[in-house]
Design a protein around this ligand. Structure first.
Ligand code: FAD
Length: 386
């Protein structure tokens, strides 16, 4: 059992950390204050480090990275700028779907620009009436007999990259009557009938959420991904992968918050001593340290299970996502306590970390749903269906 990264993984991680400290960290504060999208050149740079398409094989334009390496890089990005991370992860999720489930024509048309970061993508599953029970998608796509394509009608809600991405994957019901079959379609910005508005949120201010409206959008037949009616399995597969990466993201932000708290505890003087000398502060340091480390280990365990294609990979991904998104909240809470009033101000990155991680216990399958899936796996009894 080896708990350390290989030398080449450590070197890749160190090079990325240098880049983030030099080029990204200095501009985060100003962009966050003005709620500006990250510059496109940073998005393109992420491609070079493998964060856009790096998991794909070289034959598809990727770098053949394993999940442990990818997750390690993602954790560093999240600890520096969670909004840029969300933008990149969402686009990477969609480009993986197009690469692995799309047609040769779709790959040729959309993949190179997505991998380079010249275009960005959104993942459209959630709707006003459809959240945790994603199988109940109400957005509908019907065959258009005149064109041979599809007519898309409905709404999507809380969609990352939804108001600025160039294209996205939209999940829509194509079965009729009781048939809840769901299909996936590529929808490009600028298609007639497709509009979006921003939904203001607590955090992630540089990766805004969108509500998307599809008002009788005519899509070419070639925009259907994979087989008609079988896309719910695609959504489930990629959301499960996403949970492993959310676990890494939480570990990365937890580590950033912890480091900031330790730095502050060593410098801030009260009662004639650094506050880090007080036992009650030291207890918070020990709690944070333990949560950072358990989060790192659990994320790596999930990624390793995916790399080995282990039968219990889904269980590790659910467990890591659930544990780490709770743990990072506790770490940010403790770190803010250590910084006192300073932690509550936007002069320090901590209040941003605190706001930016709150959604991770909700999105990509809420932590309650992960608990039900984990218990169902153990007990063979489902709380969700019959
Ligand atoms: C910042 C952010 C980014 C997002 N990005 C995207 C995106 O890019 N694409 C996308 O499609 N979606 C996205 N989402 C949506 C996200 O996936 C949903 O918010 C999530 O699936 C939960 O759905 P909901 O918000 O409708 O909550 P609901 O499903 O209404 O749940 C509300 C509460 O009830 C609990 N609950 C529900 N059912 C049960 C049950 N059976 N047992 C116990 N508790 C239950 C939930 O755990 C939760 O606490 C994003 C959300 C956020 C906040």
């Amino acid at each position: 059992m080896d708990f350390e990264l290989a030398d080449w993984q450590r070197a890749a991680s160190d090079a990325f950390a240098d880049y983030l400290a030099r080029e990204v960290a200095p501009i985060v504060g100003a962009h966050e204050r003005e709620r500006r999208l990250p510059p496109r050149e940073l998005v393109r740079a992420m491609s070079g480090y493998g964060l856009l398409g790096g998991l794909l094989p070289e034959a598809l334009g990727g770098q053949g990275l394993d999940h442990v390496t990818y997750g390690t890089l993602l954790a560093q990005l999240a600890g520096t700028w969670a909004s840029l991370r969300s933008m990149i992860s969402t686009s990477n999720l969609v480009l993986s779907i197009i690469a692995e489930r799309g047609s040769a024509e779709q790959r040729e048309r959309f993949l190179p620009a997505l991998i380079r970061g010249d275009t960005l993508a959104f993942f459209g599953l959630t709707e006003p009436n459809v959240g945790s029970d994603a199988s109940g998608v109400e957005t509908r796509a019907e065959r258009d007999l005149a064109s041979g394509g599809w007519r898309l009608r409905g709404r999507k809600l809380y969609i990352s990259n939804g108001i600025h991405a160039d294209l996205g994957v939209v999940f829509a019901r194509t079965g009729s009557g009781e048939d809840r079959a769901v299909s996936a379609f590529i929808v490009e910005r600028g298609t007639a009938g497709f509009s979006a508005r921003e939904v203001h949120a607590m955090g992630m201010h540089c990766c805004p959420l969108g509500e998307l409206l599809f008002d009788d959008v005519l899509l070419p037949a070639g925009n259907l991904i994979g087989v008609e009616g079988q896309a719910f399995a695609i959504a489930k597969h990629y959301l499960n992968l996403g949970r492993c990466f959310v676990a890494y993201v939480c570990a990365g932000v937890a580590e950033a918050a912890y480091r900031e708290a330790c730095r502050y505890a060593g410098q801030r003087q009260q009662f004639g001593r650094p506050i880090g000398q007080f036992q009650l502060v030291q207890q918070m340091v020990a709690d944070m340290m333990t949560r950072v480390e358990t989060s790192r280990l659990l994320a790596a365990r999930a990624a390793d299970a995916l790399d080995r294609k282990s039968a219990d990979a889904q269980r590790w991904c659910s467990m890591a996502k659930r544990h780490n998104s709770d743990a990072v909240l506790r770490v940010c809470e403790d770190a803010m306590q250590v910084l006192g009033g300073a932690g509550y101000t936007s002069d320090f990155p901590l209040e941003r970390h605190y706001r930016d991680v709150r959604h991770l216990a909700i999105a990509e399958g809420s932590n309650q749903i992960q608990a039900l899936l984990l218990a169902q796996g153990e007990l063979g009894l489902s709380a969700l269906r019959g």
